[in-house]
Structures are given as C-alpha cells and as structure tokens.
Design a protein around this ligand. Structure first.
Ligand SMILES: [Zn+2]
Length: 73
C-alpha cells in the first residue's frame, strides 16, 4: 500500500478513492470487505491504510463520488 498515493490525491481535486484488490483467491477477507464498500473519501482511506495488513497488494485509485473511476489520473 503506497501512502504517498493518497497524499498526492489530497493535493489535487480528488476527493474520493476506489479500493482495488488483485481479485484473485489470495485476497484476504478484510480487503475483500473494503472492496465491497467502495468508494471512500481520502480521509477514510488514510485511516484504513494505517490499519491494513503488511504486504497488502491492494491499491487506491482516484474516482468520483459515485464511484466512477478516473483512469486518466
Ligand atoms: Zn490487501
């Protein structure tokens, strides 16, 4: 989990982020639940990031309030 990504979003117009897992059978239950509850505000995402397990492969990507992904950023 790259914490710098969230800081970078915070300094732009990005207010919401979408949690992505690798989508394979190794995704843990915690991350799977987080994925189901998309999207998150940046503040929520930063809190969640502090509590994620080590070596988590999941990522945050920019999205809109309605969970539309912003692939260009
Ligand atoms: Zn994970």
């Amino acid at each position: 989990m790259d914490k710098n990504t969230l800081n970078k979003f915070k300094n732009t117009e990005i207010d919401y982020v979408h949690f992505i897992t690798e989508g394979d059978e190794n995704v843990c239950d915690i991350c799977d639940k987080l994925w189901e509850n998309n999207p998150y505000s940046i503040d929520e995402a930063q809190k969640i990031s502090k509590n994620l397990h080590k070596n988590c492969r999941c990522k945050w990507i920019a999205c809109d309030k309605d969970d539309t992904l912003r692939s260009s950023i």
